[in-house]
Design a protein around this ligand. Structure first.
Ligand code: SF4
Ligand code: ZN
Length: 281
């Protein structure tokens, strides 16, 4: 997944999976000293949600000499997620909290990758995450999202930063065990108050029940997904054409990216600005 001299932005939440990934990469760096690592934690601005995980990342990073960045919705989007959700509900906009959260998190990750000249973004998606997302998008008939789950993903030649998922074959329980045996103290997350709006948690429950009854089901689903990638054209192939968003310059499947459209809906940008930027480009 990585060449020896890459600069990797490691997406961390401060919880067990992502701290495990960071630790794994810190150990890998001992074998590949030219590898550069920067940990990125995105603070969505959900009251109480990051209170324990931010100090956890800061403490680990200082102890192991890892560079870290804490990037907030407030700084990059202009509002906290709590403020966005409040406004969205009040104005009866048709989006759920997790939609804003996912889109703006990807937006911030790309922005920080650009600012720090990273060549790869590593996320801690494990096997459970992979098959949950696979199933969620099957339910929604969203094949673009399914094909964007490839373990190594490069959008196109124009966007050099690739996405990697080093833990994509590791079951969640093993990833937790790895954190435990490496003494990565990971505090329990405070529950996100918006979790009830997220279909993932129902799918997660269903998959765990399936696995309990028929062990190996998750692994079977993962294999099916990987075979789909092969049928579709190889695990590193770009799936569709990506453009540069005419407003923010980030990768987008349309002239204006979803983050900028959300900003316009939330009146952080005007539709005039959106129209003008499309006309000018
Ligand atoms: Fe974001 Fe939804 Fe997860 Fe909460 S549950 S952190 S809103 S994706
Ligand atoms: Zn944009």
């Amino acid at each position: 997944m990585l060449d020896k001299d890459e600069h990797v932005l490691v997406a961390v939440s401060g919880g067990k999976d992502s701290m495990g990934l960071l630790h794994f990469l810190v150990k890998l760096k001992k074998k590949m000293p030219k590898l550069e690592l920067t940990a990125l934690l995105i603070d969505e601005g959900i009251q109480g949600y990051r209170d324990r995980t931010i100090p956890n990342l800061v403490e680990y990073s200082k102890r192991h000499g890892v560079k870290y960045i804490i990037a907030s919705f407030r700084d990059y989007v202009g509002r906290t997620l709590d403020e966005i959700v409040k406004e969205s509900f009040e104005r009866k906009l048709p989006y759920m909290p997790c939609s804003y959260c996912g889109v703006f998190r990807r937006y911030i990750m790309n922005a920080v990758a650009r600012e720090t000249n990273t060549t790869a973004i590593a996320t801690a998606h494990n096997m459970d995450d992979m098959v949950q997302t696979f199933l969620m998008n099957l339910v929604n008939n969203n094949w673009d999202r399914i094909f964007s789950l490839t373990p190594v993903r490069k959008l196109s030649e124009d966007f050099i930063v690739k996405r990697i998922k080093p833990f994509y074959e590791i079951p969640e329980k093993e990833s937790a065990l790895y954190a435990l045996v490496n003494n990565l103290i990971t505090p329990e997350f405070n529950q996100c108050p918006y979790v009830k709006y997220n279909v993932r948690f129902t799918i997660r429950k269903i998959l765990n029940e399936l696995e309990d009854k028929y062990p190996g089901s998750k692994y079977g689903l993962l294999r099916s997904l990987l075979e789909l990638f092969q049928i579709q054209g190889g695990i590193q192939m770009p799936v569709k054409k990506y453009y540069k968003c005419t407003i923010c310059g980030q990768p987008s499947s349309h002239a204006v990216c979803k983050a900028c459209l959300f900003k316009a809906e939330l009146r952080l940008l005007t539709y005039e600005q959106v129209k003008k930027s499309i006309q000018d480009n």
